[in-house]
Design a protein around this ligand. Structure first.
Ligand SMILES: NC(=O)c1ccc[n+]([C@@H]2O[C@H](COP(=O)([O-])OP(=O)(O)OC[C@H]3O[C@@H](n4cnc5c(N)ncnc54)[C@H](O)[C@@H]3O)[C@@H](O)[C@H]2O)c1
Length: 359
């Protein structure tokens, strides 16, 4: 386990350490210390930045695995490392001793985003996916339990809905039929969160993210992969006839929903929020799905270039469509995604063109 102290000075992680933030109606007055796993990843690094900018104190855990180039992850987290309220621990979430140590250093809530992501690679490496995503989650929950941390946010996925026919997908739909090892590990993560809530009173919120995109998006995901190929004038692989549908969701909207979920857990704890049940699942999606063909047309406009499509057979493990019903998140978290695909893609392209080493 490597501890990267933030260069701004020694961050304190005692329970007594709280940032004093001026009180505003409906806002948390004292911003607690939180632990974010997967901190250097796409979603994790955006979440760290947002919380730090709002005065939270953040401990990040990441093992910089090689699912994609770890150099990209080091770039993702570089700005956070300049903040005195940030501390990075280089460790694996499956490492029991390391997780015990980070959880016992005064964090009030855990936001668990570290995972092996991606549907197709999970078919090639099911044991590794089960190990990181399931054993890693149990290890972290155990560490949280031992340190009496009672707030836990779990990064789940729309993939748990499998090929459900009913649209849009709602949180109380049956999710017993995942179609990839990745999806099954995410469902397992939700189940184990419920178990720890039931046994030990750890309040858990599972957030089902729907295809997240924006600056720093993982290079394996369609928008990033397609954009790079179109920029270079190379053909893009379109699986099936391009009618597969995805609910593409802009990163800032996902972060808004995630922060609202963390705040809900914390205010719940302090008794000032409406008393909702302490185990929750929320969809965080855009709720405006596009077919892959529609996405490519939007990308062509954003890039100002025509795509050359190569149709290839649909991939095992891919679901046919995703479409989030966000009624519950809107009602209970005030979640309100506001970034249309045109705006989100324009921002993504600006970012892509400003990072030539990723191109
Ligand atoms: N991006 C999406 O569209 C999407 C959709 C649904 C769910 N999710 C979930 O959201 C979370 C974040 O996804 P992302 O897109 O930011 O992925 P990402 O790969 O960019 O981030 C995951 C981070 O976890 C780290 N990590 C992996 N294994 C680890 C381990 N054993 N110990 C410590 N750190 C480890 C990686 O190094 C990486 O930095 C994941 O749990 C993913 O399954 C993402």
């Amino acid at each position: 386990m490597e501890d990267h102290q933030s260069c701004g000075g020694k961050a304190q992680f005692s329970r007594a350490h709280v940032e004093k933030i001026p009180a505003q109606e409906g806002h948390i007055v004292q911003k607690p210390n939180v632990l974010i796993t997967g901190a250097a990843g796409f979603i994790g690094s955006h979440l760290c930045e947002r919380l730090l900018s709002e005065g939270w104190t953040v401990m990040g855990v990441d093992n910089f695995d090689d699912f994609y180039d770890p150099k990209i992850k080091r770039q993702n987290i570089a700005d956070c490392l300049k903040n005195k309220n940030f501390r990075l621990i280089e460790a694996d979430v499956r490492d029991e001793a390391a997780m015990d140590k980070v959880c016992s250093s005064g964090v009030e809530a855990v936001i668990h985003l570290a995972a092996k992501a991606g549907v197709r690679p999970s078919i090639a490496q099911p044991l590794l996916y089960a190990d990181v995503n399931v054993s890693g989650t149990v290890t972290l929950l155990e560490a949280a339990r031992k340190s009496r941390i009672d707030k836990f946010v779990f990064g789940s996925s729309s993939s748990v809905y499998g090929n459900n026919r009913k649209l849009p997908f709602a949180e109380d739909d049956n999710v017993d039929f995942p179609v990839s090892p990745y999806a099954a590990t995410k469902k397992a993560g939700e189940l184990i969160c419920h178990t720890y809530y039931h046994l030990y009173g750890i309040r858990a919120t599972c957030l089902r993210f729907f295809t997240v995109y924006g600056p720093r998006q993982r290079p394996d995901l369609a928008i990033h992969k397609f954009a790079r190929l179109i920029e270079r004038g190379r053909p893009i692989p379109v699986y099936g006839d391009g009618t597969m549908m995805r609910d593409f969701t802009y990163i800032d909207d996902i972060i808004d929903g995630t922060v609202a979920a963390i705040e809900q857990l914390i205010t719940w704890h302090r008794g000032s929020a409406e008393q909702t049940a302490a185990f929750q699942i929320y969809n965080l999606g855009e709720s405006r799905p596009l077919t892959v063909n529609e996405l490519v047309a939007e990308l062509e406009k954003a890039l100002g270039k025509k795509a050359v499509k190569t149709h290839v057979p649909p991939q095992p493990g891919d679901v046919e469509r995703t479409y989030a019903d966000i009624t519950k998140a809107a009602r209970e978290l005030g979640y309100n995604p506001t970034t249309p695909i045109q705006t989100g893609l324009a921002r993504f392209v600006t970012w892509l063109r400003s990072t030539p080493d990723i191109m």
